[in-house]
Design a protein around this ligand. Structure first.
Ligand code: SAH
Ligand code: DHB
Ligand code: MG
Length: 227
């Protein structure tokens, strides 16, 4: 089984139950033309994020790592008209491409791009003390994941859904001796999750046009339940 097969299935899915559209295609084309790295989520994964955000009735979404706003467009489409999405990006050039992609998708009125290193923009969001987010997607530099998760918890309420991308990394996450700083950071995040009694969590492995990777999914516990 190879990436060729996984990609063929993604192509089949795009032709059947997970179609793309002009705004999404244009966002990817403009991102490629601007020389952004093609590390966005795959189309079926983007659709999965939209479905998850809609399933939890999200009205306020936070994204950490915008790139060209491909995942942002999917997530913003889960929102009701009065919903809001804040997305954090440190590269001005990425933010610029993202902004024009969001305008083209007709989503610029509900999406706010905050430029800066996520460690700082997250601290500012916590400091501002606004309403908690209903759905948080962590997808910026992997070395920052342990800190982003801690901040995500501060910006959550019981019931908030938190998803982190790229937590399997071709299987490297299972190697305790890995010398890759990203792998070590994802492993540290998993230890934090395991020790965090406020979180119910799992990791789902994924294959597709983006290779072999995975999503961590967490729900902030509501201690009124019996589970
Ligand atoms: N979510 C996007 C992909 C994000 S790629 C999608 O699926 O479509 C990761 C992005 O995080 C890149 O644009 C990168 O510039 C940004 N990034 C890297 N380090 C960052 C940091 N410290 N703070 C904020 N953004 C960062
Ligand atoms: C990388 C980052 C991502 O968010 C992703 O989905 C794939 C790869 C990276 O930094 O290599
Ligand atoms: Mg990613």
């Amino acid at each position: 089984m190879s990436k060729e097969t996984w990609t063929a299935v993604d192509t089949y899915l795009a032709a059947t139950i997970a179609p793309s559209d002009d705004a999404l295609d244009a966002a990817l084309e403009a991102s490629a033309r601007a020389g952004l790295p093609a590390i966005h989520v795959s189309p079926p994964q983007g659709r999965f994020l939209m479905l998850l955000a809609r399933a939890c009735g999200a009205r306020r979404i936070l994204e950490i790592g915008t790139l060209g706003a491909y995942s942002t467009i999917w997530l913003a489409r889960a929102l009701p008209r009065e919903g809001r999405l804040v997305t954090l990006e440190s590269e001005p050039r990425h933010a610029e491409v993202a902004r024009s992609n969001l305008v083209r998708a007709g989503l610029d009125a509900i999406v706010e791009i905050r430029l800066g290193r996520a460690a700082e923009t997250l601290a500012a969001l916590v400091q501002a003390g606004g309403a908690p987010f209903d759905f948080i997607f962590i997808d910026a530099d992997k070395v920052g994941y342990p800190e982003y998760l801690r901040r995500a918890l501060e910006l959550s309420r019981p019931g908030t859904v938190i998803v982190a991308d790229n937590v399997v990394r071709n299987g490297a996450v299972a190697d305790p001796a890995s010398t890759d700083a990203s792998v070590q950071a994802v492993r540290r995040m998993n230890e934090i999750i395991a020790a965090e009694r406020r979180l119910d969590a799992t990791v789902l492995q994924t294959v597709g046009s983006k290779g072999y990777d995975g999503f961590a999914m967490m729900i902030v516990r509501d201690d009124s339940g019996i589970a």
